[in-house]
Design a binder for this molecule. Structure first.
Ligand code: ZN
Length: 376
């Protein structure tokens, strides 16, 4: 294993932070997997999964069984990790910029396509290695004139030329679920089966450019640039499968869960060809994927004490009682009902809620929502 230390832009003199990446397996194989944890720095399950995953991959590396490079970033957000306010880590938003750490990743397609111009001008179609070199160069040209900008550039630079990207997150309280790109479901399914994901939410473009989509969508966007310039359609395959893995809820941190999840990721890497030899069989898929546009947020119109009624991870029908919000002053009970038939996969962990808060999420079958699909 080779460890690299990346220096972020210092916000002020004497405060420079570092990002650590760990590289296992042979480089130069032409293939690469990239796995990062806790980009939202207050989501700890991914860091423990990385702890177990590194042990497993080190053992495989020692036996010469890694077929390609696997990059681990066990703590992807040193800025958010240090944002401790009144005794709590606030790791979802940058306190300095007010931005979600998992939004606003660059669309490198235009800059990359421009860098490929000399090859295209010769009438040649750049191969995957040439496109990836251009992606790395386009990423290196991104501005890093803020600490947050340099973190985004650094993470994207480590992942943009990978075949397989896993971004490990968790929800508030939730069952295991995944977010992935609709056209890549066939490549994502083995991971979903290995992890025992209870639901997978698919979209082609969620809006606001989360990390995973910046890595995966760039290939579709490159194809669009090429077609617009008069080139052949689908010139390149969708060469990066990027998945956001929601490792249940923020309090679901145990060695038993993390070790099982790490084993599942190793199994998925095996099926994706990153580990030599025939892979063991995959368990069955728990549930067919659903459109992210069908994931319905349940909002509360008033504040009070939140009492969950429906069990997490159960099928519900439209009109089923999911939770109540109690007003202790008036004694009023506000019932919150499911807006659709679906699967209750996530819910709020706070029990004191304010008006306008989202308190649960139900994954329906029908794409009912438009606009931006991810929460703030
Ligand atoms: Zn997250």
């Amino acid at each position: 294993m080779r460890t690299q230390t990346h220096l972020l832009t210092a916000a002020s003199p004497g405060t420079q932070r570092t990002l650590i990446s760990q590289h296992l397996g042979p480089d130069g194989s032409g293939r690469k997997a990239y796995i990062q944890a806790s980009l939202h720095a207050d989501e700890p399950p991914g860091m423990l999964v990385q702890f177990h995953l590194r042990r497993m991959l080190l053992a495989l590396e020692e036996q010469g069984l890694l077929a390609a490079e696997i990059v681990l970033v066990p703590m992807a957000n040193p800025i958010g990790t240090a944002q401790r306010v009144l005794g709590r880590t606030l790791g979802r938003f940058s306190l300095a910029a007010g931005e979600n750490f998992n939004r606003h990743y660059a669309d490198l397609s235009e800059a990359c396509y421009a860098l490929l111009a000399p090859i295209l001008a010769r009438g040649e179609l750049p191969d995957l290695a040439q496109v990836r070199a251009a992606l790395r160069a386009a990423c290196a040209n991104l501005s890093a004139d803020s600490e947050l900008g340099s973190l985004r550039r650094c993470l994207l630079g480590l992942a943009i030329d990978a075949d397989f990207v896993l971004d490990l997150h968790c929800d508030s309280e939730a069952v295991m679920h995944l977010y992935a790109a609709t056209p890549q479901w066939a490549q994502v399914e083995p991971l979903a089966r290995a992890l025992g994901a209870q639901v997978c939410l698919l979209a082609t473009d969620s809006g606001d450019d989360p990390f995973d989509e910046s890595c995966s969508l760039v290939w579709a966007r490159l194809n669009e640039h090429h077609a617009k310039a008069g080139g052949q359609a689908q010139a390149w395959p969708l060469a990066c499968v990027a998945v956001t893995v929601e490792l249940r809820g923020e309090a679901d941190v145990s060695h038993a869960l993390a070790e099982a999840d790490a084993r599942a990721i190793v199994l998925a890497l095996h099926h994706a060809g990153f580990i030599k030899g025939a892979p063991p069989e995959l368990p069955a898929l728990r549930r067919e994927p659903r459109p992210l546009r069908g994931s319905m947020p349940i909002m509360t119109p008033s504040g009070g004490v939140l009492v969950h009624i429906a069990a997490l991870g159960c099928d519900v029908q439209a009109g089923d009682l999911l939770a109540e919000v109690i007003d202790p002053l008036s004694g009023q009970v506000l019932p919150l009902l499911s807006p659709c038939d679906g699967f209750l996969y996530a819910r709020e962990s706070l029990r004191t809620v304010h008006a306008g808060m989202r308190v649960a999420k139900v994954a329906g079958m029908d794409a009912l929502r438009g606009g931006k699909l991810l929460s703030a």
